[in-house]
Design a protein around this ligand. Structure first.
Ligand code: GDP
Ligand code: MN
Length: 351
């Protein structure tokens, strides 16, 4: 039973991070969402919730991202939902499309194996494109170059708690590089060689220099609840930050460590021969190359993306059942305990 209220983080002074009525100076940040024209209804519901709980107070600009041009209908409709600036970015084909070095036979073979293992979206090329784009290319979009921080949102997500402090300024002031709400196990079959390929990369030249001495190594490897996961995933626990919600610093990805590693991953073709998700890729990158004290669990933000919740015990929550992940079956997918054990030094100092 959770008796303690989970409100704002207390590891930094939030006094000056509140919206003021005049001349509030925002951080260098944007809300991003990759979305299709056909998802207008679903992204509108997300925006209504997001504006109500956070953004109407801060008016951070939105950058809508698409592999096709946005329709006028889409642009007009989303502009009506916010007072914040709205930008629309069309992804250059070079950052989106399957690269020419992908071998069609290896791809076919890989997809068949994934289908046999019932990996979701195995044979959907656009999903592989999406995972690769969010893993290593979105921060290279011309439209995002001017921004440092982003908050990723998706169609059909819900926010349950009032957020009265500027989360981007919180990131800046506490020098955090990555923020998340949900930590869960992945389908091990989708990332069979992500970790082995990562070890290959680290063993090339002097690449171990990129590893942060205070990385979250045990979280990446130790597999408490699912002793079969890391066997299938070549040593990786599959525990990952659920990337449909992310508040992070793009300069982390733009630095050599993450970027050189991503280039190597991309060269293996396994975004197509396997179905590496952007969530495990970000997570392995953050776990290896970031200081774990710079990773923040936004425990106070009530959030839902089907099928998981982050549901704090907070007075402002509405219709979010405290301390649920979802239900007994899905609770076994929750690996937050592993992050608390291995990733956080002193949770009581933060909340
Ligand atoms: P899931 O959460 O893993 O089931 O995947 P989603 O279907 O939610 O996709 C993740 C994000 O990428 C969502 O914001 C989608 O709107 C977006 N997305 C996925 N595929 C495409 C695509 O082909 N084009 C565009 N523009 N967006 C996509
Ligand atoms: Mn989604």
């Amino acid at each position: 039973v959770l008796t303690q209220e989970i409100n704002e983080p207390k590891d930094v002074d939030l006094t000056n991070l509140r919206p003021k009525h005049t001349k509030y100076e925002r951080a260098n940040a944007t809300i991003i969402t990759l979305v299709r024209n056909s998802e207008l209804g679903d992204i509108s519901r997300t925006m209504e919730s997001f504006e109500d709980k956070f953004n109407k107070k801060f008016n951070y600009p939105y950058t809508f991202i698409n592999d096709e041009p946005f329709s006028d209908e889409f642009k007009i409709a989303v502009k009506k939902l916010t007072n914040a600036p709205t930008y629309f970015a069309v992804i250059p084909q070079s950052l989106w499309k399957k690269p020419s070095h992908i071998d069609p036979d290896l791809e076919k073979e890989g997809i068949n194996a994934l289908l046999e293992d019932e990996v979701a979206y195995a044979d959907m090329e656009s999903y592989h494109n999406m995972c690769r784009f969010y893993s290593g290319n979105f921060y290279n979009l011309p439209e995002l170059q001017k921004f440092k921080y982003y908050w990723r949102i998706e169609p059909s997500v819900q926010f349950y708690t009032n957020i009265d402090y500027d989360v981007f300024k919180y990131m800046q002031k506490s020098e955090k590089v990555y923020g998340f709400v949900v930590n869960s196990y992945d389908s091990a079959e989708s990332v069979k060689s992500l970790w082995p390929e990562t070890l290959k990369f680290l063993n090339m030249e002097d690449n171990y220099k990129y590893v942060n001495p205070n990385g979250a190594f045990q979280w990446l490897l130790n597999d408490i609840q699912y002793p079969t996961k890391n066997a299938v995933a070549g040593g990786y626990s599959t525990c990952h930050f659920w990337s449909n919600f992310e508040i992070a610093d793009m300069d982390f990805y733009r630095d050599d460590a993450y970027n050189e590693w991503f280039k190597y991953l991309d060269s293996t073709g396994k975004f197509y021969y396997e179905r590496w998700g952007d969530a495990p890729v970000h997570s392995v990158g953050v776990g290896l190359f970031a200081d774990k004290s710079k990773v923040h669990w936004f425990r106070d933000i009530g959030y839902y993306h089907n099928p998981f919740y982050n549901c704090p015990n907070t007075p402002s929550k509405r219709g979010c059942e405290t301390a649920t992940f979802t239900n007994a079956i899905l609770n076994s997918e929750n690996c937050m305990a592993s992050w608390i054990d291995y990733g956080i030094d002193d949770l009581a100092a933060i909340y």
